[in-house]
Ligand binder design. Structure first.
Ligand SMILES: Cc1cc2nc3c(=O)[nH]c(=O)nc-3n(C[C@H](O)[C@H](O)[C@H](O)COP(=O)(O)OP(=O)(O)OC[C@H]3O[C@@H](n4cnc5c(N)ncnc54)[C@H](O)[C@@H]3O)c2cc1C
Length: 301
């Protein structure tokens, strides 16, 4: 079988597949998935009261690589059905044939979709505080998104940046009280609600964000050198569009007992599917279930 994705769902599926002695190839763009984007420590993965995303990734990766499975670092572009088999096509023009596939490609950050966003990616716009936060030492930055992810990002940035604005489109902050309290304690974080982001401006790098104050309808300019985007995520499932049934959010519909999709032999696990509560431990559980269901499916074949 082929497993697509090297996040918690894919890596767990790989460990289980190896134990089931399934001839397995895992294809992933990189290891870790969204755990790498976690700005502050993970505090809800059993067995570790507090662990950084990077440390947990390394533990998963080490465990996986002890097992007998093949690994390709590549991006899957398309999956085709050929009779009972699947043909998995990658960005580097490789193709692999398999009797079963687990799609555990997770989710990507949701983009802002405002003018200036694409131009300034890597030039002040970032989707990963854990990766890029230290580059903004002594700078003023904006975090777009007033949920828990936005607050955690701002708290983490307060170790580097001199001022952080959290920009929230709604009139209410959605982050929990604990995160709001921690943000207040930094003395560096200011929250601005009811904004409609209009554009991101600059010459070579980000210099400002332009937003409309929804209550006064006034256009305002905020001088910042960095913008961190924390407005949620979208499933990375475009390469199976048309091959399996999606829900309205482009998540793959699965039988939650097994990870089976509407296409026989194609399974999904983790944030790419329509099971609610997107968490590491849940992604791992789904990866394990899908691998065991694949073993059952291949046995029957
Ligand atoms: C900022 C942030 C903080 C979070 N904090 C927590 C927390 O504290 N606790 C918790 O339990 N959960 C947390 N989560 C949620 C958790 O990280 C996810 O639920 C979990 O990572 C989902 O795992 P996954 O394996 O399904 O997908 P992902 O982690 O998204 O991994 C997907 C993998 O697939 C690969 N991939 C994608 N597309 C392709 C392709 N076309 N070809 C090949 N490979 C591909 C990616 O490179 C990646 O390796 C957080 C998420 C974010 C963004």
């Amino acid at each position: 079988m082929v497993i697509i994705g090297g996040g918690p769902a894919g890596m767990t599926a790989g460990i289980y597949a190896a134990r089931q002695k399934i001839n397995t190839l895992l294809i992933t763009k990189s290891f870790g998935g969204q755990m790498a984007k976690k700005a502050v420590d993970i505090e809800n993965y059993p067995g570790f009261e507090k662990i950084s995303g990077w440390e947990l990734i390394q533990k998963f990766e080490k465990h996986l690589k002890q097992k007998k499975i093949k690994i390709e670092i590549d991006s899957v572009r398309k999956i085709k059905k050929i009779g009972q088999d699947f043909l998995v096509l990658t960005a580097s023009r490789k193709q692999f044939q398999a009797k079963a596939v687990i799609v555990s490609s997770g989710a990507d950050p949701r983009p802002l979709e405002v003018p200036g966003e694409k131009e300034f990616i890597g030039k002040g716009i970032s989707y990963c505080v854990a990766c890029d936060g230290p580059l903004f030492a002594d700078k003023k930055v904006a975090v777009v998104g007033g949920g828990d992810a936005g607050f955690e990002a701002a708290i983490s940035l307060s170790s580097f940046a001199k001022k952080i604005y959290i920009l929230e489109t709604g009139s209410q902050i959605k982050a929990d009280d604990e995160n709001q309290e921690r943000a207040k304690k930094t003395g560096k974080i200011e929250t601005i609600t009811q904004i409609a982001l209009k554009k991101i401006e600059g010459k070579d790098f980000v210099e400002s964000v332009v937003y409309q104050d929804k209550s006064s309808k006034e256009l305002k300019i905020l001088k910042v050198q960095g913008v961190f985007v924390e407005i949620g995520s979208q499933p990375a499932t475009s390469f199976v569009k048309g091959l399996v049934e999606f829900n309205e959010k482009d998540e793959i519909k699965v039988n939650p007992f097994t990870g089976e999709t509407s296409t026989a032999g194609l399974f999904a696990a983790g944030d790419a599917d329509d099971v609610p509560y997107k968490q590491i431990v849940i992604a791992c559980g789904e990866g394990a279930k899908a691998a065991l269901a694949v073993a059952n499916y291949l046995g029957k074949l």
